[in-house]
Design a protein around this ligand. Structure first.
Ligand SMILES: Nc1nc2c(c(=O)[nH]1)N[C@H]1C(S)=C(S)[C@@H](COP(=O)(O)OP(=O)(O)OC[C@H]3O[C@@H](n4cnc5c(=O)[nH]c(N)nc54)[C@H](O)[C@@H]3O)O[C@H]1N2
Ligand SMILES: Nc1nc2c(c(=O)[nH]1)N[C@H]1C(S)=C(S)[C@@H](COP(=O)(O)OP(=O)(O)OC[C@H]3O[C@@H](n4cnc5c(=O)[nH]c(N)nc54)[C@H](O)[C@@H]3O)O[C@H]1N2
Ligand code: SF4
Ligand SMILES: [Mo]
Length: 696
């Protein structure tokens, strides 16, 4: 390592700059203090404006996670039945040779029977989307639609604004009105919340739109506690009011938008009274919000992932993304909307992932949301070959994918060959034939984009690998060698991959010197239009959507499982993130698990009373897909009719070895083929405490 780039370097102590790898919009810049080769402290880098020297509670615990006694430190081979979690240690050479032989045998018949399953356990471009993709492209394995988080909203932004682009997050601090729409920002994007707080101190009004009374909602001036999956109706009603009160920027509409007449007509079918009924909100609250949005400048919208995990999630995000063009909010840098900023990053994906290694082959694509069904499918013309092998990395599908009863049955098949690259023996790792120990962010190189700001970050390794852990990129490099893949790109080191990620587009020396580099993006990117759409305008009307048989205009698309329409399952369940976990990561870190307590379901006292459910008692939550046992928390955080099952606990820590995804559905969203985790009806009943209950 170049000592000049270290912050401090003495024989016993040095500090290394890095990046938080987690699936969080904030992508913080880290400083790790290392003493005698041991990482003793991880802090936020004060020199990085977005991080501001502050980390969340989770990543402040990084040394605890890294040196956790349960870390997997050697390769492991299954020694008991699938799912039993029994393994014996094996050497790297034996494990890699055997895995390569098993994959080669399947590939000789049909490589598409092999499925890579990965998501954003690390968001690093090197450990998440480089050598792994080269390996699977060369092999000809099935492709994966990495849809599990943001597919619907992402597609909506692409079809409306032309990409995952929008306001620069720092300018939320200057807004006078902020709509926090489907985001529990204090939990999920703390650094955005800091800007919102700054704005609040300077007199801005904060409005939260969320079915749950979150800690964020409590700190906003106003909370619209609508039913899940009704956001498009609300957005269209806001447009209705902007139109009838003429709170419109006619010049902006004429110059920089496409399809205004048609959208106008659509919005006029959504008077506030109609939205009030759909959303179950007081009509005055909708009118007041419209007035505030129409008359306050600058107005900014932070729309996040909560709105797009329902059938109509794509349409909802499209409707919301249209709003700033009606009022011309884009004219100012503190006006507009931000969903994700990831579309701004000039990542050289072709160079990193080498799709040309596919040659003439065009493998099928497996949607990670439907892995439950797909693992159980037989060979057919429509589906292609039965899945015979899954290589899992950066993900924990047993815990995070919907309808997990099916996911578990799929992974339990004896003739499925499963390899899991992991730090810990997760629910998924329990089903592996081989577990390979992966390095953490403190132990490897990587380079990052962000989806909540617009800086590139570099991560240097702070410490050597724990035990025999190897980086994902190294593991795939070594598997490639054993498969006889001889293309030169399979020799690229992790550091070389870091340099390739942005090529000449980002100054790598700047990254080496300060750990981050800002992208050159105008402060108010759409003040003069210039949207990255085909038309260069904000596309209310999307010809591309129309061409594939979709509604060309945003509309309210009711949930698959609509509230009030099932006598058997009268409650809507949402399952948003817990504050001290990051998806299913950190669930096994003792100090954080202690903060969260135990798996629980928030239920409104009225709904609980109607079912004879006492606070803290064990309840069964169920629907046709399955049943889940946890503790009830009587709480006004839940609105009547809606229960909240905070995620995402490891199944094996649940009362019956399941978690909330036992109940969620594999149905897909209107746009982008994303998941519908929050489109889920259930019933809840009091249950007896099972003998193996955790009581703490
Ligand atoms: N601490 C912590 N931080 C995280 C994560 C975590 O697990 N824990 N996960 C990370 C990941 S992967 C992501 S994608 C982001 C998620 O970032 P956000 O999208 O901001 O995620 P949430 O905190 O789930 O906020 C979603 C909110 O939407 C609400 N909601 C549910 N259904 C609806 C609906 O139909 N309409 C509206 N308006 N709101 C709805 C939920 O109650 C919840 O409060 O956060 C990241 N950050
Ligand atoms: N019910 C419900 N389900 C949900 C959601 C919800 O809100 N409700 N949210 C959904 C969302 S938004 C998302 S993004 C998904 C997230 O789903 P996943 O992407 O599967 O996220 P995690 O559960 O955090 O699992 C990531 C795993 O990667 C591992 N990992 C981390 N770094 C590395 C590395 O460098 N190498 C290797 N080999 N492994 C590593 C971690 O140890 C961890 O076990 O879950 C989805 N599931
Ligand atoms: S999880 Fe998010 S808030 Fe926490 S350190 Fe990482 S990027 Fe920052
Ligand atoms: Mo996510």
């Amino acid at each position: 390592m170049n000592p000049a780039a270290l912050l401090e370097s003495t024989p016993v102590r040095h500090r290394v700059r890095g990046a938080c790898p987690h699936d969080c919009p904030d992508t913080c810049a880290l400083i790790t203090t290392v003493e005698n080769g041991v990482a003793v402290r991880v802090q936020g880098n004060p020199a990085h404006a977005q991080t501001g020297g502050v980390l969340c509670a989770k990543v402040s615990k990084y040394p605890e996670r890294t040196y956790h006694p349960d870390r997997i430190l050697t390769p492991l081979r299954r020694s008991g039945p699938k799912g039993s979690g029994q393994f014996t240690q094996v050497g790297w050479d034996e494990a890699l040779t055997d895995i390569a032989a098993r994959l080669a045998e399947i590939a000789a018949r049909n490589p598409e029977a092999i499925v890579p399953y990965s998501y954003a356990g690390t968001m690093g471009l090197v450990q998440g989307e480089s050598m792994d993709r080269r390996f699977f492209h060369r092999l000809g394995a099935s492709l994966l639609h990495r849809s599990i988080c943001a597919a619907a909203g992402g597609e909506a932004m692409v079809q409306t604004l032309g990409g995952k682009v929008g306001m620069k997050v720092e300018f939320f601090a200057e807004a006078k009105l902020i709509l926090i729409w489907g985001s529990n920002s204090i939990t999920s994007t703390l650094h955005f919340w800091r800007y919102a707080q700054q704005a609040k101190r300077e007199g801005a009004r904060l409005v939260c739109i969320d079915p749950r009374k979150t800690e964020t909602a409590e700190k906003c001036h106003e909370h619209l506690q609508l039913l899940p999956g009704t956001d498009a109706a609300l957005a269209l009603a806001l447009m209705h009011e902007l139109i009838v009160h003429d709170w419109l920027d006619h010049d902006y509409l004429a110059q920089h938008t496409l399809g205004w007449e048609a959208l106008r007509e659509r919005a006029l079918t959504f008077p506030p009274e109609r939205a009030a009924e759909v959303c179950a909100l007081p009509v005055e609250q909708i009118r007041d919000l419209a007035r505030a949005y129409g008359t306050t400048k600058p107005s900014a919208i932070r729309v996040n992932y909560g709105v797009q995990r329902v059938r109509g999630g794509g349409n909802a995000v499209r409707a919301i993304a249209c709003l700033p063009a009606l009022t011309g909010a884009w004219r100012e840098r503190a006006g507009g909307v931000l969903f994700s900023s990831s579309g701004n990053f000039p990542v050289q994906r072709g160079v990193l992932q080498r799709p040309e290694l596919l040659g003439q082959r065009r493998p099928r694509t497996i949607n990670m949301v439907t892995i439950g069904d797909d693992l159980l499918r037989e060979t057919s013309e429509a589906f292609g070959p039965k899945i015979e092998a899954v290589v899992v990395y950066n993900s924990n599908p047993l815990a995070v994918a919907p309808e997990s009863g099916k996911v578990a049955r799929g992974f339990a098949q004896d003739d499925l060959f499963t390899v899991v690259l992991e730090h810990f023996q997760t629910d998924t790792a329990d089903y592996a034939d081989y577990i390979l120990p992966a390095t953490t962010q403190l132990e490897h190189w990587d380079v990052h984009l962000a989806y909540g700001h617009t800086d590139v970050l570099l991560n240097r390794p702070a410490i050597g690998p724990c035990g025999e852990a190897r980086s994902n990129a190294r593991i795939f490099r070594e598997l490639a060698a054993r498969m006889g893949f001889s293309e030169p790109c399979f020799a690229d080191s992790d550091e070389t991959l870091c340099r390739q990620a942005y090529g000449e587009k980002v100054d790598f020396n700047e990254l080496l010197d300060q750990g981050f580099a800002a992208l050159p993006i105008p402060d108010a990117p759409f003040a003069q239009g210039n949207f990255p759409t085909a038309s260069g305008k904000c596309e209310f009307f999307s010809a591309a959507l129309s061409a594939c048989g979709q509604d060309a205009l945003p509309n309210h698309v009711p949930n698959y499982e609509t509230f009030g329409q099932s006598a058997a399952y009268p409650l809507a369940m949402i399952s948003p993130p817990a504050r001290n976990f990051l998806n299913s990561t950190f669930v096994n870190v003792a100090s954080l698990q202690k903060q969260e307590g135990r798996p629980l379901l928030e239920i409104h006292p009225h709904d609980a009373a109607a079912r004879g459910i006492a606070d803290g008692s064990v309840v069964r939550v169920f629907n046709d897909r399955g049943s889940y046992l946890c503790h009830a928390e009587l709480s006004e955080r839940a609105r009547p009719g809606v229960v909240n099952g905070l995620g995402i606990w490891w199944r094996k820590l649940g009362l019956e070895g399941t978690n909330v995804n036992q109940l969620t559905s594999q149905a897909l969203t209107d746009l982008g083929q994303g998941p519908t985790f929050y489109d889920c009806l259930v019933e809840v009943q009091a249950a007896a405490t099972p003998s193996n209950a955790i009581n703490k």
